[in-house]
Design a binder for this molecule. Sequence first.
Ligand SMILES: [Zn+2]
Length: 288
Amino acid sequence: MSFHDIIGNEKVVQRMSQAIISRNISHAYLLEGDRTIDKLSIAENLAKAILCEEVTGDSCERCSSCMKMNHGNHEDVIYIKAEGNSIKDESIEEMQGKIRNKPYSGDRNVVIVKDAGTMTLRAQNRLLKTLEEPAPGTVLILLSESMENLTQTILSRCIIYKLNPSQMPEYGMSMEGAILIADMLLEKAAFYKISKKISEFTTDRETAIELLDALENWYRDLAVSTYDVKGHLVFQTERRKEIQKRSRQYKGDALKDAIGAIEQARNDLNRNLNINYTMKNMILTLIT
Ligand SMILES: [Zn+2]
């Protein structure tokens, strides 16, 4: 796996890749994003691209450094994780001892700090010393669900990348529209009203497909939350509570059928069928 395989957050990946090519690598990064994002995978791919013997902005997947990363045994990558509920001062101290030595193979050490937000204040203060006077070549990658628990002084020394809350594209307006439409369907609004609402959000084929994608993701989240009680798998984390509440209003296979109808509509649009006709057809399936 390389940078190119990461779905979502393409812009962030592109910026990281550009920094490597231009040899403008910072000594500290913070990747902030909720639990739906595989931050570790992004961090490891960043580390792999930084350490790769060929400077392409991504991993070459051929050199010995890339091979070691793929086998999870690169000597120059140091992991720090929480012991119990927090990252302790001692773990940071141990890392500092390691990076005082020269890297084994290349000219860089990469430190990946999982759950950086759990660092005790002492641990953060100790880490600050590394951030203030970084050992030459050292790159720290901090991963955290939120920046809230990190001190301002730490944050001010990191390049911060905010990752999208889901691996899905952002929907914005189309998601607002999708929820309105899903609610109208749930409340069994009149066919013409639903149809009118849909037309407000679909000016052309592209916006129609966007709306279908958003609608499918809305139903997908509702379907997931019927068994995922804590809502860990829900993409739209900021709407988690709302999603859980509404999912109880759907019975039997209703959500699965709805997703099927949306997929059918998307296929129809891709086959160049008339937008109006396709959407009306979908509503008819969804309201019965
Ligand atoms: Zn390589």
